[in-house]
Design a protein around this ligand. Sequence first.
Ligand code: CO
Length: 210
Amino acid sequence: MIETLLNHNKAWAAQRVLEDPDYFKRLMGLQSPRYLWIGCSDSRVPANVITGLEPGEVFVHRNVANLLHPGDLNGLSVLQFAVEVLKVGDIIVCGHYGCGGVQAASDGTRHGLIDHWLRPIMDLNERFEADLALLPDAERRLDRLCELNVEQTVIRVTQTPVVQDAWTAGQSLAVHGWVYSLADGLIRDLGCSVASIDEARRHRLGHGGR
Ligand code: CO
């Protein structure tokens, strides 16, 4: 029942004030998260919950399969606000194994509008076809494609004028690629972090940053 959510909210807010009377006053006054999270919309991968972060600590953008298209006004607006106004120090691109979006991009069938959104993953699937074919089964191939997709989004983020300009201006900013496992709840760092314009230039998908 939808009313349950509102009742939970009342109980949650009351509990917060009980523990810390100034809790909402403080949060209302200032939003200063240190992190921007770009993740998948999947309901099993909630940024705050899996990283133990409280309200106010992470700025979150989620979409199907954690993508950033070059013309995505929504994602780019979030990125600009996070970098230029909030001045986050770290951007985390977090995908997850068993991603339905990545699966849909690689199963060779049509799904409608979402196929346009997933096009960058279909391209990756074709580009890395030979490497993926070496893996023993479909599950491993999907998981590897999930990783490649995270790495590609990391590169896309580093290629945006917003991030490039921040680095040129000397702002401290790192972009990281993580992948979350639904099986054990653990996040794996893919080791493809980029923290400067020089590193971004050197970074190539499939063999960058490791
Ligand atoms: Co997903």
